[in-house]
Design a protein around this ligand. Structure first.
Ligand SMILES: NC(=O)c1ccc[n+]([C@@H]2O[C@H](COP(=O)([O-])OP(=O)(O)OC[C@H]3O[C@@H](n4cnc5c(N)ncnc54)[C@H](OP(=O)(O)O)[C@@H]3O)[C@@H](O)[C@H]2O)c1
Length: 198
């Protein structure tokens, strides 16, 4: 698959590295070209990376997203993965309904919320698995685009979960803020949830 990544920080490097290792063609666009080049030999402007890609990972801070999407130009028909977290001090959401805001800015792109629930170090694991169980990655978005992102989730050794349409992405965003609050207070958020048979 031809994948564009906007941003050259931790998430770009972690997921970009995994997808390159899985055989995908990754092009990185970032305001710092040297950082982009450290992730992939294929570097372009926002618009070049968008034009060259079927799928784009938005890996910039939440408040930079609309500016970057605007600079990328026409994203019609592209699958746009939103992994952003708009969380401020006190583990509160600073932007409500971030994925919907991105969908509005990105015109006819197919936005999928994914990869926002775990720390970047988890996305560096090969594979991300705990106690022998692969990490499950919920995806919210239109079904066809969720299907595309599901294959990218499998490529990094995780299990995709179709979690409904983009209207449910704000629940994932709130879940992330809630869990971050628990982790920062030293609690094991995973221990709150019983196994499925229960
Ligand atoms: N880190 C995590 O554990 C984690 C986990 C899940 C989701 N996320 C989300 O993933 C996204 C990326 O996180 P990250 O950890 O990769 O962040 P990061 O390491 O700080 O990298 C952010 C990237 O965005 C670029 N950037 C910053 N402001 C920009 C602007 N105004 N315009 C264009 N580019 C800009 C940075 O460029 P410069 O290098 O030039 O500053 C850098 O390339 C965030 O929305 C974050 O909430 C992070």
């Amino acid at each position: 698959m031809r994948i564009g990544i906007f941003g050259a920080g931790g998430m770009a490097e972690a997921l970009g590295g995994q997808w390159t290792a899985a055989g995908h063609e990754v092009m990185v666009a970032a305001r710092d070209r040297a950082k982009a080049a450290a992730i992939s030999a294929r570097v372009g402007t926002w618009a070049e990376a968008a034009a060259a890609s079927e799928v784009i990972l938005l890996a910039v801070p939440a408040d930079a997203v609309t500016e970057v999407v605007a600079a990328a130009g026409n994203l019609a028909g592209k699958v746009l993965i939103d992994c952003t977290n708009a969380v401020g001090p006190g583990a509160v959401l600073t932007i409500p309904d971030q994925a919907a805001r991105i969908a509005l800015a990105a015109g006819d792109a197919h936005v999928v919320k994914a990869f926002n629930l775990c720390h970047v170090d988890v996305w560096r694991m090969t594979p991300p698995a705990f106690g022998g169980r692969p990490l499950a990655v919920p995806l919210c978005g239109p079904p066809e685009a969720v299907g595309v992102v599901s294959s990218l989730v499998r490529d990094i050794g995780c299990t995709p979960l179709n979690a409904g349409g983009l209207d449910r992405a704000r629940l994932m965003e709130a879940t992330m803020a809630f869990m971050v609050g628990l982790w920062f207070d030293g609690h094991d958020a995973q221990a709150c949830f019983p196994p499925l048979p229960a």
